[in-house]
Design a protein around this ligand. Structure first.
Ligand code: FES
Length: 109
């Protein structure tokens, strides 16, 4: 499994998603509740960037129609989205704000 560095931990603001591209795949990186998650950045309902939505209770909300997706599983909590969004494994290497945030998109977690 190949991990790609996407940010330094200190660059990620709590509950403020950061959109990155990994080998052409848009991924939203979310730091919340002391953990970092990586979720595919496109809503499963329509072509909307999830990183423009709000983060709450370990979920990210699609701003267009309001479905929220669990950052741990990618599953939607309610309509209109019915299909999950891929989530990806995250590794933190190092300590403090300079620690590297690494994501692998070669395998969905
Ligand atoms: S586009 Fe995301 S819920 Fe409709």
């Amino acid at each position: 499994m190949t991990y790609v560095r996407v940010a330094a931990l200190g660059e990620l603001e709590e509950d403020t998603p950061k959109r990155v591209e990994i080998e052409g795949t848009p991924v939203s990186i979310v730091r919340t509740g002391g953990e970092v998650f990586a979720i595919h950045d496109i809503c499963s309902h329509a072509n909307v960037s999830l990183s423009e939505g709000e983060v709450e209770d370990c979920a990210i909300e699609c701003w267009l129609h309001g479905s929220t997706f669990d950052l741990r599983t990618g599953k939607p909590s309610g309509l209109p989205a019915t299909r999950p969004v891929p989530v990806y494994p995250v590794k933190i290497e190092g300590d403090g704000p300079d620690a590297s945030v690494l994501v692998s998109i070669t395998q969905e977690s």
